[in-house]
Design a protein around this ligand. Structure first.
Ligand code: NJP
Length: 237
């Protein structure tokens, strides 16, 4: 419905599914991804007849690139209604096997990337007294798991950041929420989408639906968090 959305991590997986579903809802889209895959998503959307789509090859951890993207989105589409902070990476190994470089990189993308994205859109959203910021966190933003200390730490951080931000920006009419999925069949953590072992996992489209639901709730309503997981995954973990 004429809304403008920025979706990070739109090259594949959950972000790509979100892009397609938001496009179906009539949104204009800015797609962010660090690889050329983001242009492929743009191409596929345009082939389906969605013309208000612009892809940006940017690293969410890079403030300059993200600020420049936001400026260009405002020039092209005039406003930003929705930011979906979805870009993220994961790896699972014991703490002793985790290098400081790996630790820094996962925090740069999963945590600093969210902070930078939010910071880039806030002045505009504050001015318009409107906006929805949705961050794809994780079930491990709520429950710890073994062999995932670095990843789990990033999602706990994102949870804390979003909770605090939600309270801070409520007075400007800006809504902030998180989506906390369990196992989703994507390319996450260097895996392959569609392999038989992941048959019963959530689909990227399932998570995208939750995001679109959160984003399209009436303006007076805030959905703080949606937790969703495959039936086969027992909770709490
Ligand atoms: O993973 P994947 P998902 N700057 O690997 C992009 C969370 N989650 O869709 O950079 C900008 O298929 C990358 O594009 P590119 C998870 O933590 C997942 O599952 O071009 N973009 C691609 O589009 C993450 O926050 C599961 O290669 C960057 C996308 O991110 C979110 O879901 C469970 C980037 C990753 O697509 C989406 O992950 C859970 C950068 N620096 C939470 N680095 C799960 N799958 O089971 C990567 O609880 N991207």
């Amino acid at each position: 419905t004429n809304q403008v959305a920025i979706v990070t991590g739109a090259s594949r997986g959950i972000g790509k599914a979100v892009a397609f579903q938001l496009a179906e809802q009539g949104a204009k889209l800015a797609l962010a991804g660090s690889s050329e895959g983001v242009y492929e998503t743009e191409k596929e959307l345009k082939e389906k007849g969605f013309s208000y789509v612009k892809a940006f090859q940017v690293d969410v951890a890079n403030e300059q690139q993200m600020q420049k993207m936001v400026t260009e989105v405002l020039e092209a589409f005039g406003q930003i209604d929705i930011l979906v902070n979805n870009a993220g990476i994961g790896f699972f190994k014991e703490v002793e096997e985790t290098t400081v470089e790996e630790w820094e990189r996962i925090f740069a993308i999963n945590v600093q990337g969210v902070f930078i994205g939010v910071k880039a859109v806030l002045p505009h959203m504050k001015e318009r007294k409107s906006g929805t910021i949705i961050t794809v966190s994780s079930d491990v933003g709520r429950y710890t798991i073994p062999n995932g200390a670095a990843y789990t730490a990033t999602k706990y951080a994102v949870q804390g950041f979003s909770g605090s931000l939600a309270q801070e920006v409520r007075k400007y009419g800006i809504r902030v929420g998180t989506i906390n999925p369990g196992m989703v069949d994507t390319y996450f953590a260097n895996s392959i989408q569609g392999v038989p072992e992941k048959r019963d996992w959530l689909k990227a489209e399932d998570v995208a639906q939750a995001i679109v639901y959160m984003a399209s709730a009436p303006k007076h309503m805030l959905i703080d968090e949606i937790i969703l997981h495959p039936l086969i995954q027992q909770y709490p973990i």
